[in-house]
Design a protein around this ligand. Structure first.
Ligand code: C2E
Ligand code: MG
Ligand code: MG
Ligand code: MG
Length: 289
C-alpha cells in the first residue's frame, strides 16, 4: 500500500514538475520574443540630494508588461534572462533605452543602470556599452553602473580590471543593495567605487528597533569614512526622512515618498528650474538614540 501511495505521489510530483517546467519554458520564450520586438520599457526613479532637494540621478528600472500575465517583476525575469542566455539581449536593450532617455535630460543628471554581475564579466560588455553611448550621444560621465554587493565576496582580478577599464572611460560605479550580501569589506574598501546604495531593509524598522537605527547609523558613518557617496534606498515615510536628515544630511535619497519609478515622459515635469523640495522642510525630531 505504501508503495502504491509512493507511486501515486511520484506521478503527482512529476506532473507538477512538468507543469512548472512548461510554464518556465513558456515564459522564457515570451521573454525572448519581448526582447526581440523591443517590448520592454524603462521606468525611472529619481535620486535626490537630501539637503539640496535636487535630482542628481535617475535609476533606470526595466519593465515587462506581459500580454496575458500583466506586469512581471524584473526580480523574476532578470534572473530568468541570466539563466537562459537572454541576458545579452536584455542588457543591450536596456542600455539603449536608458542612454537614449538620458541624452535628453539636463546635463548634470546621471542615469544609473543595473547590470547583472554575469554580464559585467562577459567580454562583450564594454563594446555593448560603448555602442549604446555612441548611438545615443551620451557622454560616459553621465552613466553610472549599479552592481550588487554579492560581486565582492572574494577578490577577483578580472572583475577589478573590467571596472577599471570602464572607469577609465568616465563611467561611474555604485554598489547596490549594500548590507544584504556577504561582501569582503576589506576588499570593497579599496575597490574603485564611487557610491554605495544602502539596501532599504535597513530603513524599515528604525523606528521600532533601536538596534536597526544604530546599524544604519554606523553604516552611514562607515561609507562616509570611505569617502564614497551614499544613497539610502526605500525612503517611504517622513519619519525615515527625519532620521536621515539628522544623522546623514549629506546623503542621497531614493524612495516612494519622493517619487515612484515613472515613465521618461513624466520625468520632465520634475526637472528643477530652481531648487525644489518634494518634501516639506525636514524637522530635526530625534529618534531614540
Ligand atoms: P534595485 O536595483 O535595488 O532597485 C530598487 C527596487 O526597489 C526597484 O524595484 C524599485 O521600484 C524599488 N523601490 C524604490 N523605492 C522603493 C520604496 O520606497 N519602497 C519599496 N518597497 N520599494 C522601492 P524593481 O523595479 O521591481 O526592481 C527590482 C530589482 O530588479 C532591482 O533592484 C534590480 O536588481 C533588478 N532590475 C531592475 N531593472 C533592471 C535592469 O534593467 N537590469 C538588471 N540587470 N536588473 C534590473
Ligand atoms: Mg539598483
Ligand atoms: Mg537597489
Ligand atoms: Mg534592492
Amino acid at each position: 500500500r505504501a508503495k502504491a501511495l509512493g507511486g501515486a505521489r511520484t506521478v503527482v510530483y512529476k506532473t507538477w514538475m512538468d507543469e512548472e517546467q512548461r510554464e518556465n519554458d513558456q515564459l522564457e520564450s515570451d521573454l525572448a520574443e519581448a526582447i526581440r520586438h523591443r517590448q520592454l520599457t524603462m521606468a525611472y526613479q529619481p535620486i535626490f540630494g537630501l539637503e539640496t532637494g535636487r535630482i542628481v540621478a535617475c535609476e533606470a528600472l526595466v519593465r515587462w508588461n506581459h500580454p496575458e500575465r500583466g506586469a512581471i517583476s524584473p526580480a523574476l525575469f532578470v534572473p530568468l534572462a541570466e539563466a537562459s542566455g537572454l541576458i545579452d539581449g536584455l542588457t543591450e536593450l536596456t542600455l539603449d533605452l536608458a542612454t537614449s532617455s538620458a541624452a535628453a535630460w539636463p546635463d548634470e543628471i546621471l542615469v544609473a543602470v543595473n547590470i547583472s554581475p554575469s554580464q559585467l564579466k562577459r567580454g562583450n560588455f564594454d563594446r555593448m556599452l560603448a555602442k549604446a553611448l555612441a548611438r545615443n550621444g551620451l557622454p560616459a560621465q553621465r552613466l553610472e553602473i549599479e552592481i550588487t554587493e554579492n560581486l565582492f565576496v572574494e577578490e577577483d582580478e578580472d572583475l577589478a580590471k573590467a571596472i577599471e577599464a570602464l572607469r577609465a572611460l568616465g563611467v561611474r560605479f555604485a554598489i547596490d543593495d549594500f548590507g544584504t550580501g556577504y561582501s569582503n569589506i576589506g576588499y570593497l574598501s579599496h575597490m574603485p567605487i564611487d557610491k554605495i546604495k544602502i539596501d532599504r531593509k535597513f530603513l524599515t524598522g528604525i523606528h521600532e528597533d533601536r538596534r536597526q537605527a544604530g546599524l544604519l547609523r554606523s553604516f552611514l558613518g562607515f561609507v562616509d569614512s570611505l569617502d564614497m557617496a551614499v544613497v539610502v534606498e526605500g525612503v517611504e515615510t517622513h519619519d525615515q526622512l527625519s532620521f536621515l536628515a539628522d544623522c546623514a544630511p549629506s546623503s542621497l535619497i531614493q524612495g516612494f515618498l519622493l517619487s515612484r519609478p515613472i515613465p521618461d515622459a513624466e520625468l520632465a515635469t520634475l526637472w528643477p528650474k530652481e531648487v525644489m523640495m518634494p518634501w516639506p522642510a525636514v524637522d530635526s525630531r530625534r529618534v531614540p538614540a
